[in-house]
Design a protein around this ligand. Structure first.
Ligand code: WT7
Length: 595
């Protein structure tokens, strides 16, 4: 919309890829996709076996570089497939000797590092469940998730231990072992010491395709974060999408910029590229446009999976930097996590020599579901079309913005050009299999055989999907999903605070930033000092998901059931129509006077 479509640069590969989209969809079956995997020698399926062991067993592939980590000190650490296989065996043995078996929960609080890969793959080999956490979280989100996920082991670094774990260590009695990478284990166990004395040939625990593998936390509008559980057969979708969407091949140098504390950083930063047999580049340093350009050029990155926030910062930095770098190796740029402006797609095509292929998915879907395919037309600004094997639908919405579910449990599937809630026909391999301990919340995600995504989309007459917005109040800031409830309940713990409403406000770079509206307890008065104190408090407790700004309000609008009406806060903040206020309590009386 607004931009011309971008054609197909590589005519030869086009036929082999998604040039004929309809044909590719007809030809695809998940059963065939399963045959692209090897399977355990004893039968069964294990993600880590597919990701490393089968390459390590192959004479031509075992000495290829599996991972190349650019660490925080500017040096490079590499592991071949054979080394990664051996070290992850050792970590599986460490878990075994610690008494952590099938189904045990192993949490990571680690940035990109060899230890992250070793822990992730070793955990899967042990039949345990990997639960990655974002290193940017403060102690409070970490504590909440480890409690919810009944963590038995945590692997972290000395620095993150001191900053984030030490303050909450005593409130997690179920956390049996903290393994600290590097020196100074601070009274905990040394990751390196345990690994050194472990068995390099520890055998994989046989897992079947339905065996739990990954636990990813995601945020909802209400209540605690949700723990989305995935099983080993998710790897079928990781591999199929790595090929069909990212066009990943074994000779690629691949860089996924997502942090390994989020679902993208694991599914497409660890699993998908290793299953393909590519070389993974990971970068532990903070974002910096000039340095990122250098990583692309110096590492000879061929496939780059990144996020709109980063691409917008590239665009804002101007074309000079791109001109200085040799990006000729770069074949595919893909993006995920938040709306990608068509402008960025066109800019990249002109400046980086490749367009950006937007992709859409969620923690719950476990793998890419909608994409602009390599070798096929791109519509700048559109999320793309469903990947082969995925049936997407647009469902008629009810007054709350979510899909309308009739008394008979049926939904209304709209045809052709339509707007409504995006839904996916349930049953693909990487579909989440539950929210930890919350069967009702899980069941509520499905209706009439469809998984309801919570996103509102427009589908054009040719079948391209365009993002419209979220049907709920969750916030997307720099690609990170932020649950307003989690931010609100943390701020509520400050003694000056009576009530909080948290919303996302548009930001040209991060998409949205978090803003909190606060009412104060009797006797407390708004002031600059208090505002700063609250911001600092939030930052300390929440880390990267803390609000960017705080406004004091004399009162907040409520629904009749007493919930803060974030939708109205947002409408007023942005000068939007206030919409259906039929559920607002005393709507005439409430004013959101913001100072
Ligand atoms: C939500 C899922 C995608 C894996 C990492 C984030 C938003 C995702 C796009 C896109 C517009 C997007 C949606 C979705 N989102 N991709 N291409 N265009 N919005 O997973 O944290 O579970 O977030 O991110 O709102 O529901 P997540």
């Amino acid at each position: 919309m607004g931009y011309p479509t971008i054609g197909k640069p590589d005519h030869e590969r086009r036929a082999a890829l998604m040039g004929d989209y309809a044909h590719a969809c007809r030809e695809f079956s998940w059963d065939n996709a399963r045959h692209d995997l090897t399977g355990l020698p004893s039968g069964g399926l294990n993600i880590a076996f597919e990701a490393v062991d089968r390459h390590a067993a192959h004479p031509a592939r075992r000495s290829r570089t599996a991972i190349r980590v650019l660490d925080r000190h500017g040096s490079t650490q590499e592991l071949t497939y054979a080394e990664l296989a051996e070290r992850s065996n050792r970590f599986a043995d460490v878990l075994h000797s610690l008494g952590v078996g099938t189904g045990g929960r192993v949490f990571t609080l680690l940035g990109p590092s060899p230890e992250l890969y070793v822990t992730a793959l070793g955990t899967l080999k042990a039949g345990a469940v990997l639960a990655p956490l974002f290193g940017g979280f403060g102690p409070e989100p970490v504590r909440r998730r480890m409690e919810l996920g009944a963590a038995s082991v945590l692997v972290t670094t000395a620095a993150l231990f001191r900053r984030t774990v030490a303050p909450i260590r005593s409130s997690l009695p179920g956390l049996r072992h903290v393994l600290v990478v590097g020196p100074d284990p601070a009274g905990e166990r040394s990751f390196d010491g345990l690994l050194a004395s472990a068995d390099p040939d520890h055998a994989i625990v046989p897992t079947d395709p339905r065996h739990p593998a990954l636990l990813h936390f995601t945020s909802g509008t209400t209540g605690t974060p949700k723990g989305a559980l995935h099983v080993h057969e998710a790897v079928v979708a990781h591999l199929a999408t790595a090929r069909a969407v990212l066009d990943l091949r074994p000779d690629d140098v691949y860089w996924c910029t997502a942090d390994p504390g989020w679902v993208t950083g694991i599914s497409y930063g660890v699993i998908a590229p290793l299953v393909v047999g590519a070389t993974v580049v990971a970068d532990a340093r903070d974002f910096d446009v000039r340095r990122w350009y250098r990583v692309l050029a110096e590492q000879g990155v061929t496939v780059w999976y990144t996020a709109p926030t980063a691409l917008r910062m590239f665009m804002a930095a101007g074309p000079q930097e791109a001109a200085r770098q040799d990006l000729s190796a770069l074949r595919v740029i893909a993006s995920v996590g938040e709306p990608l402006n068509g402008e960025v797609v066109v800019w990249a095509d002109a400046t980086l020599g490749r367009p950006v292929h937007d992709t859409w998915w969620q923690t719950e879907t476990g793998a890419i579901m909608i994409a602009n395919f390599v070798g096929s037309e791109i519509r700048p600004g559109a999320m793309g079309r469903p990947v082969p094997g995925i049936r997407a639908g647009v469902l008629a919405q009810g007054p709350d913005g979510r899909a309308l579910i009739g008394p008979d449990g049926r939904v209304t599937v709209l045809d052709g050009d339509a707007q409504g809630e995006l839904a996916l026909r349930a049953g693909w391999p990487s579909m989440f299999r539950g929210y930890l301990g919350e069967p009702e919340r899980y069941a509520a995600c499905f209706a009439d055989g469809w998984y309801l995504t919570g996103d509102v989309v427009h589908r054009d007459e040719d079948g391209w999907y365009w993002f419209v917005g979220r049907a709920d109040d969750v916030i997307k800031s720099a690609g990170h999903l932020v649950g307003p409830f989690e931010v609100e309940s943390t701020l509520m713990r400050h003694p000056a605070v009576a009530e909080v409403g948290v919303i996302g406000v548009p930001d040209p770079t991060a998409g949205e930033v978090v803003k909190a509206f606060v009412t104060l307890r009797a006797g407390r008065r708004p002031s600059e000092d208090l505002r700063r104190e609250l911001l600092t408090f939030a930052r300390r407790e929440l880390g990267a998901v803390a609000p960017r700004s705080i406004a004091f309000a004399p009162a907040l609008p409520h629904t009749r059931s007493g919930k803060v009406m974030r939708r109205l806060l947002r409408a007023r903040e942005l000068g939007l129509p206030e919409g259906d206020l039929s559920t607002l309590e005393n709507s005439a009386e409430v004013e959101v006077g913001v100072r």
